[in-house]
Design a binder for this molecule. Structure first.
Ligand code: ADP
Ligand code: MG
Length: 293
């Protein structure tokens, strides 16, 4: 009996959070190592379904870099990276679209459906959800040459978001699952960083939270210790001093811009932890780094 009462108490602990977040949108960037194990994948799917059932509106944006890399490798196609962006020629873009918008996206949709949720997969093209433009990167091609403008090919950034299709899906209790592939007004397709897409979607939806899942415990300081809470100003300093670099940069940019656009809080959490989503949303302390305005 005691055990059962304990269970009831655990359920009750989530009540204040359910009350606070019911009817609100939480955008979740899902990717990297949270996607590699069967166990983590099904726990993620069930977490998201639970959110939906208690009245919270999860919107999933996923990455898939490792899956793209594997496919390109099988095809014998080499790619290089400039400042974390995969240089994407037309042939590579076809592979990116097939892997992200096809395989990875449908796997996540199928998993949510399998566990009893309702999900619909989308790219930026579907329902005109978002538009993109070509990204030009300022940097050095190789070694220590002078900085120049580098054309990474079909790599884009989000220009506008039209969330109508998300609202329509919401009316039917469908969980949107979004692949970071977008199109410009001329019909060119672009590969976009999933963190950036998640940030743009969270801003457009005025989400309650943006939750970025990654393969580290959160933002680490210069000693490698987890920073559990910080504001935009402290974060900008960490970028300037290069304590934050590489793949963490697009997350920080997404965090800063979504906070500026009315998102209440951003969390960077370890996707390798089972039930990272529920732990972050339904517990007092959370698990990763919380970024506040
Ligand atoms: P994903 O987008 O799949 O989560 P990325 O490799 O793109 O993975 O981004 C996460 C990576 O960012 C970490 O694995 C880490 O190597 C890097 N990183 C750079 N600076 C920091 C920092 N200050 N704290 C934590 N991770 C950092
Ligand atoms: Mg990344």
């Amino acid at each position: 009996m005691k055990e059962l009462i304990k269970k009831a108490n655990i359920l009750l602990e989530s009540l204040p959070y359910i009350r606070e977040f019911a009817g609100r949108t939480i955008v979740i960037k899902y990717g990297g190592n949270a996607m590699v194990s069967e166990n983590l994948r099904s726990n993620f799917a069930r977490d998201v379904i639970l959110l939906r059932y208690v009245g919270i509106k999860p919107v999933v944006v996923h990455g898939g870099g490792p899956q793209i890399g594997k496919t390109l490798e099988k095809m014998g196609k080499k790619t290089r990276f400039v400042q974390g962006h995969r240089v994407t020629d037309d042939e590579t873009m076809d592979v990116v679209e097939m892997v992200l918008g096809g395989k990875v996206n449908k796997e996540i949709v199928a998993l949510i459906q399998k566990h009893g949720g309702k999900a619909v997969g989308l790219t930026g093209k579907d329902g005109g959800l978002f538009f993109a433009e070509k990204l030009l990167i300022e940097g050095t091609q190789e070694g220590d040459g002078p900085p120049e403008i580098i054309d990474p090919g079909k790599v884009g950034r989000v220009t506008t978001v039209h969330p109508e299709v998300i609202h329509r899906l919401d009316e039917g209790n469908f969980i949107p699952v979004i692949a970071p592939v977008g199109v410009d007004t001329d019909g060119n397709t672009y590969n976009i960083n999933a963190d950036s897409v998640a940030g743009a979607i969270a801003s457009a939806l005025k989400a309650e939270k943006l939750l970025l899942m990654t393969d580290v415990p959160g933002i680490l300081d210069e000693k490698g210790n987890l920073v559990s809470s910080l504001d935009r100003e402290a974060l900008t300093k960490m970028v300037a001093t290069e304590v934050v670099h590489g793949g963490m940069i697009p997350k920080v940019d997404a965090a800063v811009s979504s906070l500026e656009n009315g998102v209440a809080k951003v969390h960077i959490v370890d996707g390798r932890v089972d039930h990272a989503v529920l732990l972050e949303i339904f517990t007092q302390t959370g698990i990763g780094t919380e970024i506040v305005p």
